[in-house]
Design a protein around this ligand. Structure first.
Ligand code: ADP
Ligand code: ADP
Length: 228
């Protein structure tokens, strides 16, 4: 069943910057798909269109075979993890992670167990009272992932979430993401310009090429070992 179905999507910024040119992509339930390619080839643009943060200039985007209105309904939650942590500096971790549930007016008694669960899942179970500045970059990124997890999304969009981190932290987080993907039955679209990361994480890779942005090649990976 397609979770996201994109056909013949163009994106033109202003009058001239053609960022996407006739992009087709079908993301199925359980896919871990990486968008791979050099800077400026349209990866973020495509992800933002899937997230509903940006509108395609032309073409069609369907979520669960419907229009964007279906997003947010039970079982059709999506989350977006940005390139950098984007935590509220004045709030402790529990409050930061609770934000998406607060916005949905979920009662505190109901949301707090979910917040603890999400923090534990990313290895920050002991830090719910900490402020972001007390944590390392990798921990802040993990907290951002916890905030994305707390709504129990079925579609998870990540825009180079580990780009700014050192290699060791990055590898560890890659393993965390794989574990969560397995445990949670997620569908993931993951933007990266690391071939290593794409091959390690995904079952499908869409290689994008710039000028204009298009999907130049689509690969399916048969992992020689069980992933995660
Ligand atoms: P990346 O996704 O490659 O890490 P960004 O998303 O920050 O980088 O930006 C990608 C490219 O889009 C950059 O070349 C940037 O200059 C350009 N860009 C981003 N926002 C705008 C804007 N509002 N107007 C013009 N160019 C922009
Ligand atoms: P990537 O994520 O692969 O680095 P982007 O999707 O950020 O690529 O950018 C694709 C192209 O669109 C680039 O040429 C970039 O400069 C341009 N671009 C991105 N965002 C904007 C924007 N908000 N306004 C104008 N041009 C943009």
């Amino acid at each position: 069943r397609p979770v996201v179905d994109i056909s013949q999507v163009d994106k033109v910024y202003g009058n001239e910057t053609r960022a996407l040119d006739q992009v087709d992509l079908t993301v199925r339930e359980g896919d871990f798909i990486s968008l791979l390619g050099p800077s400026g080839c349209g990866k973020s643009t495509l992800l933002r269109i899937v997230a509903g943060l940006s509108k395609a200039t032309s073409g069609e985007v369907k979520w669960w075979e419907q229009d964007y209105g279906v997003v947010g309904q039970p079982g059709r939650e999506l989350c977006f993890v940005f390139q950098s942590p984007t935590l509220m500096p004045w709030a402790r971790l529990d409050k930061n992670v609770r934000l998406p549930l607060d916005l949905k007016h979920v009662k505190k008694s109901e949301s707090m167990p979910k917040v603890r669960d999400a923090l534990t899942m990313v290895g920050l179970g002991d830090f719910e009272g900490a402020y972001p500045r007390e944590l390392s970059g990798g921990m802040q990124m993990r907290a951002s992932i916890a905030r994305a997890l707390v709504t129990e999304p079925s579609l998870c969009l990540m825009d180079e979430p580990f780009g700014a981190l050192d290699e060791m932290t990055r590898n560890r987080l890659n393993d965390d993401i794989l574990r969560l993907w397995k445990e949670r039955g997620w569908t993931v679209i993951f933007v990266t310009h690391s071939v290593y990361e794409a091959v390690y994480l995904s079952n499908r890779i869409a290689v994008m090429a710039p000028r204009p942005g298009r999907i130049a090649e689509e690969l399916t990976i048969e992992a020689p070992y069980p992933r995660g």
